[in-house]
Design a protein around this ligand. Structure first.
Ligand SMILES: [Zn+2]
Length: 116
C-alpha cells in the first residue's frame, strides 16, 4: 500500500489525507504533506469499553495544540479533529496493527508523530 500522507492548510485549518503522491490544494495553494516523525509526545493511554482513551499533556492554546489524530487501520482511516480550548484527548478503537498519528501545531509548525 502507498504511504499515508497528512495535509494541513494553515489558512483555513483544513485537514486532509491521501495515499501516495496526490496533488492537494486548498485556499488556492498547493499543500505539501506534513512531516511524520517518531513519537516524541507520549499520551497517557487508558483502556475503556473496548477503546483507548488517549490523553496528552498539551496546552491546547491556539499557538500549541493538537490538530487531529489519524487512525490508520488495514481497511479504513479515521480522522479525529481537535481544536484549541478543547481537552487534549481522544478515544480510538482498540484494533491490532492500527497506526496512530497525532498531528501537532506549535507556533505555526505542523508535524505528525507516529505512535509506537
Ligand atoms: Zn485552506
Amino acid at each position: 500500500m502507498n504511504k499515508l500522507n497528512i495535509y494541513y492548510c494553515p489558512n483555513c485549518k483544513n485537514v486532509g489525507i491521501a495515499y501516495g503522491k496526490a496533488q492537494i490544494e486548498c485556499c488556492g495553494r498547493k499543500i505539501e504533506p506534513v512531516a511524520i516523525e517518531k513519537e516524541n509526545t507520549i499520551p497517557t493511554i487508558t483502556e475503556m469499553d473496548g477503546e483507548y482513551l488517549l490523553e496528552y499533556a498539551c496546552p491546547m492554546t491556539k499557538d500549541d495544540f493538537i490538530v487531529a489524530i489519524v487512525v490508520e487501520r488495514y481497511d479504513r482511516v479515521g480522522l479525529i479533529r481537535l481544536f484549541p480550548e478543547q481537552a487534549a484527548e481522544a478515544r480510538v478503537a482498540q484494533v491490532k496493527g492500527a497506526k496512530i498519528y497525532t498531528v501537532f501545531c506549535r507556533q505555526g509548525k505542523v508535524w505528525a508523530e507516529l505512535m509506537k
